[in-house]
Design a binder for this molecule. Structure first.
Ligand code: NAD
Length: 496
């Protein structure tokens, strides 16, 4: 009998006030029921906000280095339970164990980075233009932060948001993706075990209805969202009207450029990992391959040969290289793109169908697919598919490659394979993305660097690294005049 899980609201594990639950099943084997999770509603969110406001009063007064100590213990506990969490994550999300271990490791790295930030949280001290006057800025917490996360990084993305938010002294309401609630449950267990005061964290499971209630609640001044661009737009409208601080990390249509001087074996390893890792369901996944015509045929032949050999199956089996998609709806979306591509004259060079056989019969599997002859500007070349589909576009020059890379509405990640150092540095300037890799695939962000995209991928904020701490804190400027007389800025001047 599968377990029925609870929300964590008001300092205790509790059933949803809606009385409703949803099922969480293994996408590699839908007969495997992981558990039932709360399908929460507006009343659950309201209770979470009341509790988080209590938590905020306590936590915002806790010295930042002590807040950091809690996060250090979180890092230790995540390390100790890494294997167990990775296994649970693969079971509910599908990506292979090596990748879910990496996902947990990203949470560990984020915890230790945030822990040390508790002893920095720098402000500035600057000279005043007046005598005997002190001028400085400090960083203050903001309040209750509502965090809404997607399915594809069940541990890393919640930690990218929650750890800096907590370190800055805010309380947190986490509404994780309804596709991966178990990993979020384990994370909250660990936060509590590490000593986080119970009202400081709330876990509210549910679907878009719970997310909408969180976004529109007036007691939540900060929303951080990662997910699709369509959902982010809807959230942005509400937050704009309500004057909320909002971080959006959304879709991508990332490209790898292979120039005619590239190390083709290196590029091959990169594109296989970038396009088919996480079954193409990374926001930074390589969705387009832009290849110089001089090496196009040779490179595509190697690629098709290697992609066709990738082993599909349950991500918890050692021989599996590519797991399932998250849903049947995702698989059907992939199929609809392929139908459209063929109609537009593109050629399916490998994959392009569901696999056959017992290992994949009960899951949402789709063969790694390479489509050649994709026209720049077509749907396959411009829209996010979020599956194991790579569109190959042939170009004749660096300039043309840049143009193709930039003619999409997204701007998350890009990569260029070349041995020409001048071209590599030009690419940093020319490619319109938040992240550009040279001689590495479009995936591979590290927790201590800022992460995010330009254009319709984001709204100007960054997760990760040092920048995210600015999002979760307010700058406060403080002056102390110790002259004993009224000094008027801009009016009173001195003879030098
Ligand atoms: P999604 O937009 O369907 O859902 C994301 C979260 O939003 C879920 O928790 C969902 O319940 C919630 N939600 C849905 N509608 C809502 C609404 N109207 N108001 C409030 N909350 C709502 O995304 P997904 O399918 O889980 O994830 C895939 C998408 O996420 C892809 O587009 C991918 O590119 C993107 N993504 C982006 C990044 C990045 O950093 N740029 C990282 C990972 C994933």
């Amino acid at each position: 009998m599968a377990k029925t899980f609870k929300n964590f609201i008001g300092g205790k594990w509790s059933a949803p006030l809606t009385g409703r639950h949803f099922q969480n099943r293994n996408p590699a084997d839908t007969n495997d029921l992981i558990g039932r999770f709360p399908d929460s509603g507006a009343a659950d969110i309201a209770a979470a906000v009341r509790s988080a406001q209590v938590g905020y009063e306590q936590w915002s007064r806790t010295p930042a280095p002590l807040r950091g100590d809690v996060l250090r213990r979180v890092g230790d506990l995540l390390s100790a339970r890494k294997e167990e969490i990775a296994d649970a994550m693969t079971r509910e999300m599908g990506k292979v164990l090596a990748e879910t271990r990496g996902d947990v490791q990203e949470g560990i790295d984020t915890a230790y980075y945030a822990a040390t930030e508790g002893r920095r949280l720098f402000g500035h001290t600057v000279p005043s233009e007046l005598r005997q006057k002190f001028a400085m800025s400090i960083r203050r917490p903001i309040g209750v932060c509502g965090l809404i996360t997607p399915f594809n990084f069940p541990m890393a993305i919640p930690t990218w948001k929650a750890f800096p938010a907590l370190l800055c002294g805010n309380s947190v309401i986490l509404k994780p993706s309804e596709d991966v609630p178990h990993t979020a449950h384990l994370l909250v267990e660990i936060l509590l075990e590490a000593g986080l005061p119970e009202h400081v964290i709330q876990l509210v499971h549910g679907s878009d209805a719970a997310g909408k209630s969180l976004v529109s609640h007036p007691g939540v001044p900060v929303i951080s969202f990662t997910g699709s661009t369509a959902t982010g737009s809807a959230i942005g409208e509400v937050c704009g009207r309500m004057h909320k601080r909002l971080s959006l990390e959304m879709g991508g249509k990332n490209a790898m450029i292979v120039m005619d001087d590239a190390d083709l074996d290196l590029a091959l390893d990169g594109v296989l990992w970038g396009a088919f890792g996480t079954t193409g369901q990374r926001c930074t996944a390589t969705s387009r391959l832009i290849v110089h015509r001089k090496v196009h045929d040779k490179f595509v032949a190697k690629l098709v040969d290697a992609a066709a050999k990738l082993a599909l199956g349950d991500g918890r089996e050692a021989r599996t290289q590519v797991g399932p998609l998250i849903h049947e709806a995702s698989r059907q979306k992939v199929e609809s793109y392929l139908d459209a591509a063929v109609l537009q004259g593109a050629e399916v060079a490998c994959g392009g169908s569901r696999p056959r056989g017992a290992r994949t019969a009960n899951g949402f599997f789709y063969k790694p697919t390479v489509v050649t002859g994709v026209k720049a500007g077509s749907r396959l070349a411009t829209e996010e598919i979020f599956g194991p589909v790579l569109s190959v576009i042939k170009v004749g020059s660096y300039e043309q490659a840049v143009k193709v890379n930039n003619e999409v509405k997204y701007g998350l990640s890009s990569s260029i394979y070349t041995r020409d150092v001048n071209l590599a540095f030009r690419a940093f300037e020319d490619l319109q993305n938040g992240i550009t890799y040279v001689n590495a695939p479009t995936i591979g962000a590290e927790a201590h660097l800022p992460f995010g995209g330009v254009k319709q991928t984001g709204n100007g904020h960054r997760e990760g690294g040092w920048e995210v701490f600015e999002f979760y804190s307010e700058t406060k400027v403080c002056y102390v005049d110790y002259s004993g007389v009224l000094q008027r800025a801009q009016l009173d001047t001195y003879d030098i």
